[in-house]
Write a protein that binds this ligand. Sequence first.
Ligand SMILES: [Zn+2]
Length: 83
Amino acid sequence: MSSACHIFCAKCLEPVELTIDATWLATVACPSCGESDAFSAAADEASAEFADRLACEAGRGEARGPETSRSRRYRFVFAFSPR
Ligand SMILES: [Zn+2]
């Protein structure tokens, strides 16, 4: 398993740093803005953001206001390696 964490800060688009403390609690933190949370919470958020993004892509044909709810309420997003 890679030690690289593929969760990015949604604000800075910086890869977050993963730390595991003595109690095996995994925490992620953005090296740029300091946003941090438990890894599980960050992963949940990133998952939700991803699902939201897919829903937006799928719903692109539908009428939508200019204001989509996309992403800004998420602090963490998954990153995908560019092809
Ligand atoms: Zn950040």
